[in-house]
Design a protein around this ligand. Structure first.
Ligand SMILES: C[S@@+](CC[C@H](N)C(=O)[O-])C[C@H]1O[C@@H](n2cnc3c(N)ncnc32)[C@H](O)[C@@H]1O
Length: 379
């Protein structure tokens, strides 16, 4: 299989089977990874170019032909590849009956005739409903910046467990002991460097600043537990999913598998961190497929679960609850907490304080980190 065939095959699997791109691409590097993530990241903008140049709505083309065209247009517009090879090898992937149209569209793009979209949603390749809701929540200028930030390439960050810095990394300005890499983390020794997003580490640092006896109520896969423990907290890690907890079990022995709405604990904890299951709209840069999959109607179901889990967290905490999500949506954040929070500033690491608004941490992707919202509630 050529790299182009492989990328097409993976894109079809991600789409058909609803798989996470980050998992499917775990062992892929270079061309295939860049092409698959790029097509997912720029999908609606590629579709705009295709439908304009094919002079027909996308619905009139079969789905395989559209996917082939997306891979070709992406290579021509965003990758440093030989134009001739990008056109001819992509045309070869199309079914015979469609090769004429694929060739015609790709030729036009390779000659510099791709049209420029004018609206923010198409320009930044986001579904219009998401841009509209970020505009309502954050204003038009910030909404457009968030969408632009989601289109940047991202590299992994790592927590330095043994004190020394990883090679070729720069220190996070948001949170202590996190390092930003300029490439893959695959070569690094996992015993010394734990991959985790800077934004996630900021949340763990907030919970750690609230106390050292912590229940992490929705802990899997466990990045925040590892961060808090590394910073000297005693952490019990709970999650409903035994499969998602398994990787953490290798490093950590205080693990409980339970539905956080019906917790089995007979004592209270000084601090409960509820890093709630959510729509994950703050993580679109790393997981671009989310924006095409999520339906606005799903937010209500997340909010219901978040409220139930927060009720339970409030029962279990003797001093503080930290409620966080990697969602940027008010329904999953402010509407769930409902004004019960105190000013989070004293608990937020100094480097991240610029992202506090009205006592709430609202870290959005222009920070370079995943987007997170966090509230501190005093018991
Ligand atoms: C945002 S993730 C947590 C990420 C984690 N805190 C970390 O830093 O690695 C949300 C987690 O909530 C868990 N979850 C979903 N419903 C739950 C429930 N009813 N009780 C406990 N955990 C639940 C999911 O399995 C998922 O692992």
């Amino acid at each position: 299989m050529t790299d182009r065939e492989r990328a097409l095959h993976l894109l079809q699997r991600i789409e058909r089977e609803g798989l996470y791109a980050s998992l499917v691409l775990q062992h892929e590097t270079g061309f295939v990874r860049t092409l698959v993530l790029g097509v997912l990241r720029w999908r609606s903008r590629l579709d705009f170019v295709i439908s304009e140049l094919a002079a027909r709505p996308l619905k009139k083309l079969d789905t395989l032909v559209v996917e082939v065209l997306r891979t070709g247009v992406y290579q021509l517009l965003y990758m440093d590849v030989a134009k001739y090879a990008a056109v001819s090898e992509t045309v070869d992937l199309a079914p015979k009956r469609a090769r004429g149209i694929v060739n015609a569209v790709l030729r036009r793009v390779s000659e510099g005739h791709a049209p420029e979209p004018r609206d923010v949603a198409t320009r930044t390749a986001h579904p219009p409903w998401l841009i509209e809701r970020w505009t309502r929540a954050y204003g038009a200028e910030r909404a457009s910046k968030i969408a632009d930030a989601n289109q940047q390439l991202s590299y992994p960050d790592v927590l330095a467990l043994a004190g020394e810095a990883p090679p070729d990394a720069i220190a996070s300005t948001l949170v202590p002991e996190l390092w930003k890499l300029h490439g893959s983390s695959a070569e690094l020794d996992r015993a010394r460097f734990h991959p985790m997003d800077e934004g996630s580490a900021v949340i763990a640092a907030i919970a750690r600043a609230c106390g050292e006896d912590v229940l992490d109520l929705a802990a899997a896969p466990g990045g925040k537990t590892i961060y808090m423990r590394h910073r000297g907290a005693r952490v019990v890690a709970n999650d409903v999913s035994i499969a998602r907890l398994r990787p953490l079990a290798k490093h950590h022995d205080r693990i409980v598998v339970a539905d956080g709405r019906r917790p089995p604990f007979t004592r209270k904890f000084d601090v409960v961190l509820l890093d709630a299951p959510c729509s994950a709209t703050g993580t679109i840069r790393k997981n671009p497929e989310i924006k095409w999959r999520l339906r606005e109607s799903e937010l209500a179901a997340f909010a219901k679960l978040q409220r139930e889990l927060l009720d339970s967290a409030l029962e279990l905490a003797s001093q503080y609850v930290v409620y966080s999500t990697c969602s940027l949506e008010p329904e999953e954040n402010d509407a769930v907490v409902n004004g019960r929070h105190v000013d989070a500033t004293p608990f937020v690491p100094e480097g991240a304080r610029a992202w506090i608004d009205g006592g709430v941490l609202r870290l959005t992707p222009e920070s370079g980190a995943d987007g997170f919202t966090a509230f501190v509630i005093r018991r």
